[in-house]
Design a protein around this ligand. Sequence first.
Ligand SMILES: Cc1cc2nc3c(=O)[nH]c(=O)nc-3n(C[C@H](O)[C@H](O)[C@H](O)COP(=O)(O)O)c2cc1C
Length: 325
Amino acid sequence: MKTRITEMFAIEHPIIQGGMHYVGFAELAAAVSNAGGLGIITGLTQKTPADLAKEIARCNAMTDKPFGVNLTFLPVIAAPDYPGYIQAIIDGGVKIVETAGNNPAPWLPLLKENGIKVIHKCTTVRHALKAEGIGCDALSIDGFECGGHPGEDDIPNMILLPRAADELTVPFVASGGMADARSLVAALAMGADGINMGTRFIATQEAPVHDNVKAAIVAASELDTRLVMRPLRNTERVLTNAAVERLLETERERGAHIKFEDIAAEVAGVYPRVMLDGDMDAGAWSCGMVAGLIDDIPTCQELIDRVMEEAETLIRQRLEGLLTA
Ligand SMILES: Cc1cc2nc3c(=O)[nH]c(=O)nc-3n(C[C@H](O)[C@H](O)[C@H](O)COP(=O)(O)O)c2cc1C
């Protein structure tokens, strides 16, 4: 399949693996890229730029296909060493960066001067237009269904994607709730040039996370995610567990007076405990509603091949068949 996204990133299939904290290590990024998609290393999971440089080198040793690095611009006072991380990306020869969070404008000139293509992740059409205006090459449009941070506007992809298609000129991928060939074909029909998957890629053989995490995703239904940190305007969609229910109780109790410190125990430092140690009740960790569509743990190659083969059947038989019936 050829779309503006496969052309732009020189990949075989229009499928991207979104950056994921403590999931997007070299093993997963290389597996996705080797399977013809675009794998992405999560920059900030690496504690220092030197660590990121090593992770990029490991990925380069595992694949000769293109892969990217996610840079999440957090709303924090003590910002990570972004110039250092960007230098590691440049020195590692990575040509694709997925930006997310705050406006990437301050970093675009440096990335562009070094021939790096930028795909910015956003959850509203107005942010997407802004990103297009400042020169981002492509966009990843995250609907309300998504695992992670869906923003505060709560527009699901059935509306968000056609709205994005109506307004944008640059290519975009549909993100949030994407799991299979049906997702891909629907996203293409709504004007996207491919899909970005997060939660689906965690439940793969190569995702270097504890088996408990994969089992929890397979066991979860579409009813099992919760929105936390809403009152702090930093909404995150997470899989429910004992810590999440405690957190939500605190949010109800504290109401408008809530501060980050009130819920820090349930959200700070949680990812390594969940992803590496498999401590599933350690706190709140991102997971999409799409968990309800995930019931196996394939290799990345099996997953991507299945999506592409079934997409072809869907288009050629089901859709075409409807017209000729
Ligand atoms: C466990 C997990 C961690 C994530 N961490 C990040 C992150 O660090 N930076 C980021 O930009 N997006 C992050 N995301 C969002 C994903 O890149 C992607 O946009 C999202 O998962 C898409 O929704 P889906 O899970 O329904 O496929 C994370 C998602 C999950 C599930």
